[in-house]
Design a protein around this ligand. Sequence first.
Ligand SMILES: NC(=O)c1ccc[n+]([C@@H]2O[C@H](COP(=O)([O-])OP(=O)(O)OC[C@H]3O[C@@H](n4cnc5c(N)ncnc54)[C@H](OP(=O)(O)O)[C@@H]3O)[C@@H](O)[C@H]2O)c1
Length: 243
Amino acid sequence: MRQGIGLQNKRVIILGGSSGIGLAVAEQATSQGANVVIVSSNPERIQKAIESVGGEVEGQTVDLSDERAVAALFTKLGPFDHLIFTAGDNLHLHELAATDLMQARRAFELRYWSALAAVKYGSPHIRKGGSIVLTTGVAGRRPHKGWVVAASVCGTIEALTRALAVELAPIRVNAVSPGVVRTNLWQNMGAAERENLYESVGKSLPVGRVGEAYDIAQAYLFLMQEGFSTGQTVVVDGGTVLV
Ligand SMILES: NC(=O)c1ccc[n+]([C@@H]2O[C@H](COP(=O)([O-])OP(=O)(O)OC[C@H]3O[C@@H](n4cnc5c(N)ncnc54)[C@H](OP(=O)(O)O)[C@@H]3O)[C@@H](O)[C@H]2O)c1
């Protein structure tokens, strides 16, 4: 078998795998024969995720904002093939004039610093032919008013992906950039407001709808398996950058 092809018996670590996009990656990877480890901070959500995925899946409870805990996790896990980082917390979207700069700094905590820690401590354990897939967002390329900080985080992850691809070669490092996706990420909005957002954004897009987690997960499956892309960000946004 050529290097990088197929997920049968590959060990895939999904940081942020208990919900949304990460959970969909867990489902699709196990259905293709991978052994998956789901990592998130909430044991009940991990247990639910394990039950919904079925197949070869285990869970580890770790707060990824704790660098020592991230280091200990990878020592405990040992060798594996693919590292997926989909962890994300609630977004605080404000126009610049109303932005609290301390809160803005915290926006980088999980998405940037925890991703960097995961790569630092995880990459030495990646087997030959393995890869890393990070997560950004299309706001980095197509920002709207109020997205100054969130768009900055996204752009930072794209730059990080390119830099890591050079530094960690031959490990391949790529990222996925979703548009609006129907997941728990939007749960801090009221239900009606959230449905309005999905409907209005969906209508504005060339594909006529917002994304579902399984749409986005397919890009991670592709990047783990194809073996020849590195330093790339794959945009899966329903055409957001076009409108
Ligand atoms: N949904 C969208 O519209 C969209 C659009 C563009 C980009 N993205 C990006 O895609 C990524 C995944 O988002 P999603 O939509 O799948 O969100 P989600 O359903 O809320 O999933 C987020 C995951 O991160 C985990 N997590 C949060 N804080 C953690 C911590 N401190 N330690 C460990 N795990 C933690 C959560 O599990 P626990 O709560 O159990 O810890 C959960 O598994 C995020 O980076 C998000 O910004 C999403």
